[in-house]
Write a protein that binds this ligand. Structure first.
Ligand SMILES: Nc1ncnc2c1ncn2[C@@H]1O[C@H](COP(=O)(O)OP(=O)(O)OP(=O)(O)O)[C@@H](O)[C@H]1O
Ligand SMILES: [Mg+2]
Length: 229
């Protein structure tokens, strides 16, 4: 058995924080686990990430944006996610295909049926077993990110990865459409999603995530401890 877990939610909702904490706790317990993220997670995907999130690329057409995210995803699934799951491991992914439906679909108004075709081609139909939704309003999530903004802007001028990215910079209405889109996605597939109130403390959220994950771990064998000589 394997386990594929994704983290979704608006900007600044705490996805990366919680994905990292879960990774650390599972790794410490010697479960076979990897943490990856979208867009990126591979050498090719990280190059695509820089193109797609660069604040200067204001001319990017919505179709280009969709295909770039999907290209990065195709590489990640084929190079990292699928091989690790085939070995029976746990894959934690910070954003995945639901982000395309929420951001390019509901946010930018791209046709959802078309996105489904592109996404299935990119993923080979691979879907998460479990998806955590860190639930916070678009306004509150963006506000958390804005607090870090001056530093990251400076980094951007030097060509280093920018946390305040091209998609963050879109208008609030766009982010509200994304948030509403996520709610539609959750309603369509409630079994897979676990909705958490992301306004709680980091520690409280981590505890809830750990408790939800626990029953899924029963079928994952832990790594052998190397005997000490
Ligand atoms: N539960 C929380 N309460 C308060 N602040 C938090 C909480 N979780 C994360 N933060 C802080 O909010 C900011 C955004 O967190 P994080 O980067 O984990 O969010 P994210 O959802 O991954 O954002 P992004 O959309 O940029 O990838 C960070 O400064 C983080 O320390
Ligand atoms: Mg993040």
């Amino acid at each position: 058995m394997s386990l594929f877990v994704t983290f979704e939610g608006p900007e600044g909702s705490g996805k990366s924080t919680q994905a990292r904490l879960l990774y650390e706790s599972l790794h410490t317990r010697r479960f076979p686990v990897i943490l990856t993220r979208e867009p990126g997670g591979t050498r090719i995907g990280d190059l695509i990430r820089r193109i797609v999130l660069d604040l200067q690329h204001t001319e990017m057409a919505p179709t280009t944006e969709t295909l770039l995210f999907s290209a990065a995803r195709a590489q990640l699934v084929s190079e990292v996610i699928r091989p690790y799951l085939e070995q029976g491991g746990i894959v934690l992914c910070d954003r995945y295909a639901d982000s395309t439906y929420a951001y390019q679909g509901y946010g930018l108004g791209r046709d959802l049926a078309e996105l489904r075709v592109i996404t299935t081609a990119a993923t080979g139909g691979l879907r998460p077993d479990l998806t955590f939704y860190l639930d916070i309003s678009a306004e509150a999530g963006l506000e958390r990110k804005r607090r870090k903004r001056p530093v990251t802007r400076l980094m951007g001028q030097h060509g280093i990865e920018q946390e305040w990215n091209r998609l963050d910079a879109r208008e609030l209405e766009y982010h509200q459409r994304v948030e509403a889109g996520y709610r539609e996605l959750i309603a369509q597939d409630p079994e897979r999603w676990r909705v958490l109130d992301a306004r709680q403390s980091i520690e409280a959220l981590a505890e809830q995530i750990a408790a939800i994950i626990e029953p899924y771990l029963a079928s994952i064998p832990r790594l052998e401890t190397v005997p000490l000589c």
